[in-house]
Design a protein around this ligand. Structure first.
Ligand code: ATR
Length: 287
């Protein structure tokens, strides 16, 4: 594309941010639809967040993705946030519209669409979630709200965090949430009673690519497995799940669909998901 005096800017802010795949994914989407927008990455230290947001307003940046460590701290600077983001205290997408900064959370919808886009229907299913951090909170909320998950099990290294997550969900929805520790016995027992396994912990992420929470003999072929870790593209969990014949959804799918939802908020156009997926995979293949 040719950058002109009329080109609009979108960006991702975070710290660190150099390894983000979002610029590659979003620029591919803008190009595919021939939109006059470029997407860049800005390193923003926590102490500079207020200044950065003043700049965003002053420069009339079209949209932002917000990532670690700003998803919560950005909220006081916004003019409006959507209901899901408000309940979960987490914002990952900003839209600058008419001089106002609007905040959304597309992480949950990213996970939901990753399941749907890969043919996994969660309605009435028992979902076993490993981890209870920020991503887990948003995903759990959306899966229960929009996908009508029947029962959720949350296992976490720090059980009190799983308890907090369960309290947030139970406050809003009339759902049974089972919580527990990440011991191999508990994981094995819960897998045998579950339809879907979702890893939201950072276990298996580069450079600790050999790390696993689950031994392959605990997995089963009638399980749908999603790992939100996308670097490496095939985590140890994904490899093990493929080996036992389970249905597998890689973390890059969630990344693409949360980006697609942000793209649609900024542009009003349907996101070219296939183009975004190809761009992400090409970049990941380069290492
Ligand atoms: P995110 O925003 O990606 O969810 P986070 O809020 O820091 O990041 O959450 C990280 C999750 O990974 C937590 O559930 C964390 O468990 P604790 O609550 O016990 O810290 C989990 N996690 C990180 N490293 C882990 C490890 N080595 N083993 C098990 N769980 C781990």
């Amino acid at each position: 594309m040719t950058v002109s005096g009329k080109t609009r800017v979108c960006a991702v802010i975070g710290n660190p941010i150099e390894h983000s795949l979002s610029p590659v994914i979003q620029n591919a989407a803008f190009n595919a639809l021939d939109l006059d927008v470029v997407y860049v990455a800005f390193t923003v230290k926590p102490s500079e967040l207020a200044n950065a947001l003043s700049g965003i307003r002053a420069l009339d940046i079209l949209g932002l993705n917000v990532t670690m460590p700003h998803k919560e701290t950005v909220i006081p600077y916004l003019d409006w946030i959507d209901n899901t983001a408000k309940c979960l205290n987490s914002v990952n997408t900003l839209h600058c519209k008419g001089g106002r900064l609007l905040g959304y959370s597309t992480d949950g919808v990213g996970a939901l669409e990753a399941f749907r886009g890969n043919g996994a229907d969660l309605q009435g299913k028992r979902v076993l979630m490993l981890g209870a951090g920020g991503a887990a909170r948003v995903i759990a909320y959306t899966l229960i709200e929009a996908a009508e998950v029947e029962e959720l099990v949350v296992l976490n290294r720090t059980v009190s965090e799983a308890e907090k997550l369960a309290d947030i969900i139970k406050y809003k929805f009339d759902k049974k949430i089972v919580i527990g520790s990440l011991s191999s016995e508990v994981i094995g027992e819960e897998i045998s009673n579950s339809d879907v396994l979702l890893n939201t912990t950072s276990v298996g992420m580069k450079p600790n690519v050999d790390q696993r929470l689950i031994t392959p003999d605990s997995l089963k072929s009638d399980l749908t497995v999603m790992d939100i870790v996308y670097n490496p593209f095939e985590t140890q969990l994904v490899k093990d799940a493929k080996m036992v014949g389970a249905k597998v959804i890689s973390g890059v799918e969630m990344l693409i669909y949360q980006g697609a939802a942000a793209f649609e908020i900024w542009t009003g156009h349907k996101a070219p998901v296939q183009v975004m997926r190809r761009a992400a995979l090409e970049q990941l293949n380069k290492g």
